[in-house]
Design a protein around this ligand. Structure first.
Ligand SMILES: [Zn+2]
Length: 149
């Protein structure tokens, strides 16, 4: 069996089914959708920042209720947190700081998904982080929930 770069089971918390179809197609393609050579094939949002270690872009499939759902994708394909270099950690935090300031994000959640997707709830194995801020002015506001494991 070929290595899979996606985990279909972790799309179950996405209600509309579109995301699951996308991940299903990527699984059939047998490639990592977050590796730079494939990213443009699956990801149609502009790259906001192309750093030395990270790409910062908006999530194509933001969580319902999110005003900002930003992805920070490690540029080299890694999955383990121990493979993040100290310089990469520094850049990651700086990118988050700059973007939060630029977008005037008053509050939100920032988390990193790494390692075996059975533990993380990630649909893509390639190490990445999420910066999410809710739209608190939305009339039908509900809590944004995400999966861990
Ligand atoms: Zn990758």
């Amino acid at each position: 069996m070929n290595k899979s770069f996606v985990n279909l089971e972790n799309t179950a918390n996405r209600p509309d089914g579109v995301y699951k179809q996308v991940i299903d197609r990527i699984k059939d393609d047998g490639v990592c959708p977050f590796c730079p050579e494939h990213l443009g094939r699956y990801h149609k949002k502009p790259i906001v920042t192309d750093g030395r270690y990270w790409i910062l872009t908006d999530n194509m499939y933001p969580y319902k209720g999110a005003k900002h759902h930003i992805l920070l994708i490690h540029k080299r394909h890694i999955e383990a947190i121990v493979d993040v270099l100290p310089e990469a950690w520094s850049e990651l935090l700086e990118l988050v700081r700059v973007e939060a300031k630029k977008r005037s994000i008053a509050g939100g959640t920032f988390y990193l998904r790494f390692g075996d997707t059975s533990y993380t709830g990630a649909s893509v194995t390639h190490l990445h982080a999420n910066l999410i801020s809710p739209d608190i002015d939305s009339k039908d506001r509900e809590p944004i929930l995400t999966r861990v494991g």
